[in-house]
Design a protein around this ligand. Structure first.
Ligand code: PMP
Ligand code: GLN
Length: 383
């Protein structure tokens, strides 16, 4: 995590957002919306501050938010949870992932199977925990894993199979066949499934199928999500872990020494969000689907080969029709050539696999329609 001169290396998101700010380019790099979430949720945070919810929350989270998370899992997925034993509030999905991995693995003999490309914190947290990362490749353009490759990656050394569905950076939604295979392999090798479902309400052609709802999965699955994406409040960093009480307790044991708790006023506000009517959640998905379609059309018109995301904030393109041979260099030049920022997929893979993703770039669709249209026009006029 350190450069040869001892300085810390910024994440690709921090680096590319800084590049966008420095050049004035449109930021389709880091995945954050450019509009805030529902007024009712914003108001609830203001009201929480005014009413004095400003001291430490209980370590597990305020009971009302624990209940709201459980109700949400029941309402959308039919999952029954005991709010006091099977739910834990965290500082975003990021802390949930870190605490979960630190709780479950701790030696190089412990293997964590991860679909590659992967969200950057996965490899960093596996490294921090001292375990070994075992990547299973997802390939352009559909990014579904090969089931034989998956089966050969999971062994008796596997402690965790880490799923991210819908998937960042590819926008893939895993097929039921893949999810069933993960559960089968987890049983066979006595592994725990950790699933990051922060994009659960951004499945374009829903419904979202949590892996925890598959037969045999719930007893060995920790599910992670967050209010950031669903409510367009990524800066609030309020997330949660749900699953069997003993596993959630293990995560809490670590989590309490990472941050103890996150920001109190956000918790009651996210509880209000989780209880919004079904129509709100439907509109989250349909609006993002429309934005992804608009972005895809623009990217195609600009000459990229474009994959078809089924969910998330993201669309992946192949820039080779535009002469790119190195996505990293292409993305560093893009602000000057087109006034747009994207993220090279090579940032989401282990260094030895970079050549397999050498011409692929991720663009974020979670921006205002005018911004997406402007970006498409700029890319079409690229020098
Ligand atoms: N997992 C994935 C796949 C993500 O894309 C993100 C967000 N950017 C996170 C986790 C982190 O979520 P949070 O901001 O709630 O920590
Ligand atoms: N999840 C966001 C993305 O993928 C970035 C969050 C971050 O900056 N760590 O773009």
């Amino acid at each position: 995590l350190l450069a040869p001169d001892g300085s810390s290396v910024p994440t690709i998101f921090a680096e590319m957002s800084a590049l966008a700010t420095a050049t004035g380019a449109l930021n389709l790099g880091q995945g954050f919306p450019d509009e805030d979430g529902p007024e009712a949720v914003l108001d609830a945070a203001r009201a929480a501050i005014s009413s004095g919810i400003n001291q430490y929350a209980p370590g597990r989270g305020f009971p009302d938010l624990l209940a709201a998370v459980a109700e949400h899992q029941q309402r959308f997925y039919g999952i029954e949870l005991d709010p006091q034993r099977e739910v834990l509030i965290t500082v975003g999905a990021t802390e949930a992932l870190a605490a979960t991995l630190l709780a479950l693995v701790d030696s190089p003999d412990d293997e964590v199977v991860v679909f590659e490309p992967y969200y950057d914190s996965y490899a960093a947290c596996v490294a921090l925990s001292g375990a070994t990362l075992v990547p299973v490749p997802l390939r352009w353009p559909d990014f579904q894993p090969d089931l034989e490759r998956l089966a050969s990656a999971v062994t008796d050394r596997t402690r965790v199979i880490l799923v991210n569905d819908p998937h960042n950076p590819t926008g893939t939604v895993f097929s039921r066949e893949v999810l069933h295979e993960v559960v089968r392999l987890a049983h066979r090798h006595d592994a725990i499934i950790v699933t990051d479902e922060v994009y659960e309400h951004l499945v374009f052609d829903g419904p979202h199928v949590p892996i925890a709802t598959l037969p045999g999965a719930d007893e060995r699955t920790l599910s992670i999500s967050s209010g950031g994406k669903t409510f367009s409040l990524t800066g609030w960093k309020t997330g949660w872990v749900t699953g069997p009480a003993d596993l959630v307790s293990a995560v809490l044991a670590v989590k309490q020494y990472l941050t103890y708790v996150g920001g109190s006023p956000f918790q009651p506000a996210i509880a209000v969000g989780l209880r919004l009517p079904d129509a709100f959640f439907a509109s989250v998905a349909s609006e993002m689907a429309a934005k992804a379609a608009l972005l895809g059309t623009g990217l195609r018109a600009a000459g990229f080969d474009v994959s078809s995301p089924a969910g998330s904030y993201f669309t992946v393109v192949d820039a080779s029709p535009l002469g790119a041979t190195d996505a990293d260099a292409f993305c560093r030049e893009l602000p000057a050539r087109a006034g747009v920022v994207g993220i090279p997929l090579t940032a989401f893979v282990t260094p030895e696999h970079r050549s397999d993703y050498a011409t692929l770039v991720r663009f974020a669709a979670c921006k205002r329609v005018e911004v997406l249209q402007d970006a498409a026009g700029r890319l079409a006029g690229m020098t």
